[in-house]
Design a protein around this ligand. Structure first.
Ligand SMILES: Nc1ncnc2c1ncn2[C@@H]1O[C@H](COP(=O)(O)OP(=O)(O)OP(=O)(O)O)[C@@H](O)[C@H]1O
Ligand SMILES: [Mg+2]
Length: 248
C-alpha cells in the first residue's frame, strides 16, 4: 500500500501541497485529477522520492520513502515505472537504449533478450520497428509512447503515469487507456495516473482522487465522482466555466 501522510510542500515560499493525504491500495488503479498547476506532478514525484516533502511522510509498503537515500533509494525505485509528463527521454540515445535503459543498466540479460523485451513493449504502444530512431526524429505523441514503453519495460509492480494521453490523438489515447487498464488487470500492477482527461479517468480508474486547494478533497469510484454533489468536483468533471472554481 502507498500512503501519503500530511504532506506539505512549498517552492520559494509558495505552498503547493498543504496537509495532503492519500492512500492507494496494492493492485489498485488510482487516478488523480485536478487543474493545471495544482500539484499533481509534484505529488507523483513525492511517491518515488524524487521530491522530499517539507513535512509529512510517504510510505510504500510501510517503508518510509523520505528516510531512504543512496543505494536503498535506488533499489526502492526499481519497483517503479514512471512515465514523466514531458517524456524525459535521453536525446543522445536510440529508442532501443531509451526503452531498455534499466535493463541495460541493472539486468544481466543479453542484448538479444533486451531487444526482444523492447520490441514487445514497443508493440504494446503501437510503435514496432523504431528501435534505431533518436528522440529528435519522433513526433511529440511518439515520444510519449516511447516513454510509456520505457515505464513498463521492467514489468514494475507500481507504475506512475503523468498525463499518458495528453498530446496523443484520441484513437491512440484510447489504445493507451486500454493498455494501462490491461497492465493493471493482467499483471496486477498498482497504478497511479495523473490526467485531466475525464474519459481516460473513468476508463482507467478503480478510484479517482481530486486534488484541489493543495489537498485531496475527495476519493471515490468513477461513479461516485461522476455523480458527486460537491460543486467543485461537479464543475471539474463537467468542464464548466461556471462554478466555485474560478477561471484563472
Ligand atoms: N521544481 C520546482 N521548483 C519550483 N516550483 C515548482 C517545481 N515543480 C513544481 N513547481 C510548482 O508547483 C506547482 C505545481 O506544479 P505541478 O507540476 O505539480 O502541477 P500539475 O498539477 O502537474 O500541473 P499540469 O496539469 O499543468 O501538469 C506549480 O506552481 C509549479 O510552478
Ligand atoms: Mg503535471
Amino acid at each position: 500500500m502507498i500512503e501519503l501522510r500530511n504532506i506539505c510542500k512549498s517552492f520559494n515560499g509558495h505552498k503547493v501541497l498543504d496537509d495532503l493525504n492519500l492512500k492507494i491500495e496494492t493492485g489498485e488503479s488510482m487516478v488523480i485529477i485536478g487543474r493545471s498547476g495544482c500539484g499533481k506532478s509534484v505529488t507523483l514525484k513525492h511517491i518515488i522520492g524524487i521530491m522530499e516533502p517539507d513535512a509529512g511522510s510517504v510510505l510504500v509498503d510501510n517503508i518510509n520513502v523520505t528516510k531512504l537515500n543512496g543505494q536503498d533509494l535506488k533499489k526502492f525505485r526499481m519497483n517503479f515505472g514512471m512515465l514523466f509528463q514531458g517524456g524525459a527521454l535521453f536525446d543522445s540515445l536510440s529508442v532501443l537504449e531509451n526503452v531498455g535503459f534499466q535493463l541495460f543498466e541493472y539486468s544481466d540479460l543479453s542484448l538479444g533478450e533486451i531487444r526482444k523485451r523492447v520490441a514487445e513493449c514497443l508493440a504494446m504502444v503501437g510503435l514496432s520497428g523504431i528501435e534505431n530512431a533518436k528522440p529528435a526524429e519522433l513526433s511529440g505523441g511518439m515520444k510519449k509512447r516511447v516513454a510509456l514503453a520505457r515505464a513498463i519495460c521492467m514489468s514494475p509492480e507500481i507504475i506512475l503515469f503523468d498525463e499518458p494521453t495528453t498530446g496523443i490523438d484520441p484513437i491512440m489515447g484510447d489504445v493507451i487507456n486500454d493498455l494501462i487498464r490491461r497492465l493493471h488487470d493482467t499483471l496486477k500492477t498498482t497504478s497511479i495516473t495523473v490526467t485531466h482527461d475525464m474519459k481516460s479517468a473513468y476508463k482507467i480508474a478503480d478510484k479517482i482522487a481530486m486534488l484541489y486547494n493543495k489537498k485531496i478533497i475527495a476519493v471515490g469510484t468513477p461513479d461516485e465522482i461522476k455523480n458527486s454533489d460537491n460543486p467543485v468536483i461537479r464543475q471539474f468533471v463537467t468542464g464548466s466555466a461556471v462554478g466555485p472554481i474560478t477561471g484563472y
